[in-house]
Design a protein around this ligand. Structure first.
Ligand code: ADP
Ligand code: MG
Length: 713
């Protein structure tokens, strides 16, 4: 069932609060009756306003002729009549054939279904139905094969709508119940609904007025009307979302100050000096955008996207050191402990090689605190003490950090690494008093700009669109059962030449037969193709310090191969590893596959990757993976492939799902709505005053909770 969209609901004016209007109970309306009203209540449809926003999930085409006398062979038609006979028989080819005979005003009509014996049960002799489909003539009689069927109630007119709305239902509720309820509701509110948009806004954006839009979605006369009606509500939903996102941000800017962290130019060049490589143009550009944000007294809320391996860590380090050198504390949060430890090592290595003097010319305390879940209590408390006292300025951690955060001395910046999930709410919850830290969110799962704006409407966007020099696209192969031996032979040959590599297995405990489970995979590999090599096993269940020790050995060449579950998926950076075997590759999502491949695209040597699969048929995802190494293109492909449902992982992020709009499908509507919202708020930054009170109410009612718009309401 579609969630109801209160933003599409019109607010009743005082005069409407009585019996008629939006809050009128459906049971009081002509034609509904108390029995039907009881059934409708099972869908939550109690008052008129509920019925109006119970949007159809589909439509049936009942266009065309309405009389047998005017039927044209091969053309679509819809004809009402009384069922006079229902028969089931078996054809010569052994298929069940159901035939329904209809008596209509213009003569007999037959509906025929093959291979669906159960359908006979749906018809009752004496009941009235409408058959809709393509008409044809057979031995002088008209018939329709597999027509759409509409069951008419005794009191229901057949020609109410040529396109018949099909509604989400609940147990014991019939389509005709909902149709009657909705029609009665429409009649009840005609001419009374308040419009959200001004006439010039409707005109400029080609939006149907509110009542017309409701009528168009519920009682459409054409496909065009359906589209126009839906567009109005989709537009409205996205417009409200954009308003909410921007208000959310505005509110944060006004109520939360941030420390303006403005590093002197000489500090910037010192910071850049810590890297053993020159920064790429793109890294320099986005670092500039970030430092400019940090220099302002409002909290930075920026999303940094860049393909796997594009060097986001270096950009993060610049921001972190910028904060630290000016006397602030800076935090970087990683999704896994392994990655947190890696960031710790990176920071320590860079700082050990390049001692830094801070703004006052004092050497920077280069201790980096690590805060992870598995840490002993004593270690944790000691770290908390140093952080509270302001002794240490750089802090690396996992989500554990948010769960029970330390008291900071002067928190200036929070970087969230490898955030794949879409969403507005999953931001820094680290905060102290009024000052919010500047926040930088990094992701390697890029999304098209229009989509990013729709979901992250309140975030600024920086994109690294360039890889460090000398990178070569990973050679990627699809390896089927027939080629597997040859692949292992090749893999081993490369290992013997001194290369290092990964073998990735889908999941730790996989009981389904035939799938590679990590233990048996390791055993098989250790006793089979990889017998001659030093293997390390890494999976999610392993204690972090052991995982870390294994990765350490691998990094330093004491292991040849890491056999792992997808814990190596994000962020792991061992530039010397250049071989990748992904087992049961069809079990991974595209973004994951690309992340995995990114592990072997980090050094000067060209990486080689095999997507091993038992699947023998066409596999669009694997095809795309093998054929392109551009993360942005893959991500677009992925968005389109996965389609609306899964796409916006709003479930995790806490944003209520959109009702009608789909961020990908409606990307252009979203862009328009965004511009509109920006224009609206440019005129009236907080939607204040009578002009906007209605809009403000709608936005707050719909998004207030999830976006914490308390200050606006
Ligand atoms: P990601 O964007 O996937 O997080 P990383 O930050 O882990 O990428 O960087 C990938 C690799 O590229 C690391 O080994 C890093 O040291 C290296 N690197 C980053 N920037 C540059 C650069 N400008 N020139 C050369 N190598 C770089
Ligand atoms: Mg990274």
């Amino acid at each position: 069932m579609l969630p109801q969209d209160p933003s599409a609901e019109a607010t009743p004016s005082p005069s409407e609060r009585r019996e008629t209007g939006l809050r009128a109970r459906l049971e009081r309306l002509p034609g509904v009756g108390s029995r039907r009203a009881e059934r409708l209540a099972k869908l939550g449809l109690i008052e008129v306003r509920h019925a109006l926003v119970h949007f159809p999930r589909d439509y049936k085409d009942f266009t065309g002729s309405h009389s047998v006398e005017t039927l044209v062979a091969g053309e679509h038609a819809a004809v009402a009549g009384e069922v006079i006979d229902v028969g089931t028989r078996t054809t010569i080819t052994g298929k069940a054939m159901v035939t329904v005979q209809l008596a209509t005003d213009g003569g007999p009509l037959k509906g025929i279904w093959f291979g669906m014996p159960f359908i006979a049960r749906r018809f009752r002799v004496g009941s009235r139905i409408v058959l809709a489909g393509v008409a044809r003539q057979s031995s002088g009689y008209w018939e329709m094969a597999h027509p759409e069927v509409r069951h008419l109630d005794a009191d229901e007119a057949a020609e109410s709508s040529p396109w018949l709305a099909v509604y989400p239902l609940a147990e014991g509720v019939r389509q005709s119940d909902v149709r009657m309820g909705v029609h009665a509701a429409l009649t009840a509110v005609e001419g009374t609904l308040q419009e959200t948009f001004r006439p010039d806004e409707l005109e400029a954006r080609s939006l149907l007025p509110i009542f017309d839009a409701f009528r168009a979605v519920h009682l459409p006369a054409s496909q065009k009307e359906i589209d126009a009606g839906r567009r109005r509500f989709i537009y409205q939903e996205l417009y409200m979302l954009q308003l909410a996102l921007r208000l959310h941000r505005r509110q944060a800017e006004v109520t939360h100050r941030a420390e303006a962290i403005d590093a002197a130019p000489h500090l910037r060049s010192r910071i850049e000096g810590v890297f053993p490589f020159p920064l790429t143009q793109a890294q320099r550009r986005v670092a500039g955008e970030i430092l400019a944000d940090m220099a302002r007294p409002t909290p930075m809320q920026r999303l940094l996207q860049g393909d796997v391996g594009s060097g986001k860590t270096a950009v993060a380090v610049i921001a972190l050191l910028n904060a630290a050198l000016t006397g602030h504390q800076a935090v970087i949060m990683a999704p896994t402990e392994l990655l947190a430890r890696q960031h710790l090592a990176t920071l320590e290595r860079l700082l050990a090689d390049h001692p830094l003097l801070d703004a006052e010319g004092r050497p920077l305390n280069t201790t980096v605190e690590l805060l992870i879940g598995g840490q002993g209590k004593a270690a944790r408390e000691a770290a908390f003490g140093r952080i509270a006292a302001g002794d240490t300025r750089l802090i690396v951690g996992t989500q554990a950090l948010v769960a029970s955060p330390p008291i900071f001395h002067k928190l200036g910046l929070v970087v969230i690494d490898e955030q794949h999930r879409f969403g507005v709410v999953q931001r820094s919850r680290l905060q102290q008093e009024e000052a919010l830290p500047h926040t930088l969110v990094m992701t390697a799962t890029p999304i098209p700009r229009t989509v990013a704006h729709a979901i992250y409407g309140d975030l600024d966007l920086s994109t690294i669109d360039e890889q460090p020099p000398g990178r070569q696209p990973v050679q990627t192969y699809r390896v089927g059962p027939q080629q597997l031996d040859r692949w292992w032979a090749f893999f081993c040959k490369k290992l013997r030449e001194g290369r290092r590599g990964y073998v990735v297995v889908p999941a730790v405990e996989e009981s389904e037969s035939g799938l590679a489970s990590i233990d048996s995979a390791l055993e098989e590999l250790a006793n089979g193709p990889l017998e001659a090599f030093r293997l390390g096993l890494v999976h999610g269940r392993l204690p972090t310090d052991i995982k870390h020790a294994i990765m350490h050995d691998f990094r330093h060449g004491r292991l040849d191969v890491i056999v792992a579950t997808s814990v190596v998926e994000v962020g792991i950076d061992v530039p010397e590893a250049t071989l990748m075997t992904i087992l049961d590759a069809d079990r991974f999502g595209l973004a994951q596959l690309h992340q995995l491949r990114g592990r072997v695209a980090r050094g000067a040597t060209r990486g080689i990757c095999a997507a091993v699969t038992k699947a023998t048929d066409d596999h669009p995802r694997l095809e795309a993976f093998v054929n392109t190494t551009d993360g942005f293109r893959l991500s677009e492909f992925d968005l389109i492939q996965r389609g609306p449902g899964e796409l916006v992982g709003t479930k995790q992020s806490g944003v209520p799902p959109l009702c009608l709009a789909d961020i990908i499908r409606d990307a252009d509507v979203a862009a328009e709505a965004r511009e509109h919202a920006i224009a609206t708020l440019a005129e009236n930054p907080f939607l204040e005053g009578d002009d906007c009170s209605r809009l403000r109410k709608l936005v707050v009612r719909r998004w207030g909770n999830s976006l914490d718009l308390g200050g606006i309401g």
